[in-house]
Design a protein around this ligand. Structure first.
Ligand code: PLP
Length: 388
């Protein structure tokens, strides 16, 4: 079966077209509360904060189908999904193992906020699974990874993570934001829980923040109870925008995958570039793993120019198509320096230690015409070489 086609149908129709009063488009239920209908459980009362308006429920069906889980929960942001999943899985006294390079907000939440609540953590060596056992403690309850780590695009031995966790009876939680469900479905590979920043590719239009948790029904139900109390629910209008964005996800992903490959190939051969990371390059350290598990290599390319921060600044300012802005996964190309944006919350020594220099550039390659993108980048890079 052509998985992409199946995904395209799921993205448009979810588990089946749901019509309200014959409408082809699913309406926005912009109502905070609903008439009491005899509910006996607090969490079943119909109220936006309780994540159960028709707009939430319709998204839960679609996200569950796309990520091949039993149940899904949409949240007010990617961080709301991550913090809710971790706070549901862990309690004071527990220990969490994590990958050292993670989205900056997640890293800081694990290293600082969870610690304040009595949850200790340790990091696994991404290059040496034989050392993971030594990082375990009797209190280790879960291991947290990203399928493609932001921003260095490392891909861990994901099968080994699952085997390791199963062997030790601990839960696996994976942030699948960068490959998105079109390129990879972690639950089908044995992971227990998937979290997403739907702000990125799932929505795809840089106009909302949203997140999702997908996994087994019992765990997702527990997450809903946590989220109902934390209050990080998604507004129905944002639910509507997310549901609309998802419909074109597989189409957009084809363009992101293709364009990023072309950008990475240009960067890999240009003399102004010191290093480039993209899992689709055969020379990339993540290539073999990405090829084994992913259906596409994604839309993010990370690189360093020869020189330093001044050169990176001059280069980003000379681009005419990509916008200089944080975030990723929208239809428009974006460039950013993670040290100034997504990883600015990390202490600089820690950031440098894990390989995020002050002049590392991350490009979220959009769906513009690839020739236009490549010629804009070539012009900026050539100018850079001339100035030097
Ligand atoms: N996970 C990853 C991989 C991200 O890149 C981000 C944000 O950039 C997040 C999670 C957090 O998502 P949000 O900004 O929707 O809270």
């Amino acid at each position: 079966m052509d998985i992409r086609k199946k995904m395209a149908t799921l993205a448009v129709h979810g588990s089946g077209h749901q019509s309200v009063m014959g409408a082809v488009g699913f309406p926005i239920f912009q109502s905070a509360n609903f008439l009491y209908a005899g509910e006996t459980n607090y969490h079943e009362l119909r109220y936006i904060r309780l994540n159960n308006t028709p707009n939430h429920e319709m998204l839960h069906e679609t996200l569950k189908e796309l990520e091949k889980g039993d149940a899904a929960l949409v949240t007010g942001s990617g961080m709301a999904a991550i913090t809710t999943a971790l706070l549901t899985a862990l309690r004071a006294g527990d220990h969490l193992l994590a990958q050292p390079v993670l989205y900056g907000g997640t890293h800081t939440f694990i290293a600082h906020d969870l610690e304040r609540h009595g949850v200790r953590h340790g990091f696994i060596d991404p290059d040496d699974p034989d050392k993971w056992e030594a990082a375990l403690t009797p209190a280790t309850r879960a291991v947290y990874v990203e399928s493609v780590a932001n921003p260095l695009l490392d891909v861990l031995d994901l099968d080994r993570v699952v085997a390791f966790a199963k062997h030790h009876g601990i839960m696996t939680i994976i942030d699948n934001t960068l490959p998105y469900p079109v390129n990879y479905n972690p639950l089908s590979h044995g992971f227990d829980v998937v979290v997403h920043s739907c702000t990125k590719y799932l929505n795809g239009h840089s106009d909302i923040v949203a997140g999702a948790i997908v996994g087994a029904r019992a765990f997702v139900d527990k997450c809903k109870e946590t989220l109902d109390h934390l209050g990080g629910s998604l507004d129905p209008h944002a639910c509507f925008l997310l549901a609309r964005g998802i419909k074109t996800l597989p189409l957009r992903m084809e363009a992101h995958n293709r364009n990023a490959q072309q950008v990475a190939e240009l960067l890999a051969t240009h003399p102004a570039v010191r290093m480039v990371r993209y899992p689709g390059l055969p020379t990339d350290p993540a290539h073999d793993r990405a090829k084994r598990w992913f259906r596409g290599f994604g839309g993010i390319v990370t690189f360093e120019l020869r020189g330093g921060a001044e050169e990176a600044d001059r280069f980003t300012k000379s681009l005419t198509i990509p916008l200089f802005a944080p975030s990723l996964g929208g239809v428009e190309s974006l460039v950013t320096l993670p040290a100034l944006t997504c990883h600015a919350g990390m202490p600089s020594e820690e950031r440098r230690r894990i390989g995020i220099s002050d002049f590392l550039i991350r490009m979220s390659v959009g769906i513009e015409d690839p020739e236009d993108l490549v010629s804009d980048l070539s012009r900026a890079l050539d100018g850079f070489v001339c100035v030097k």
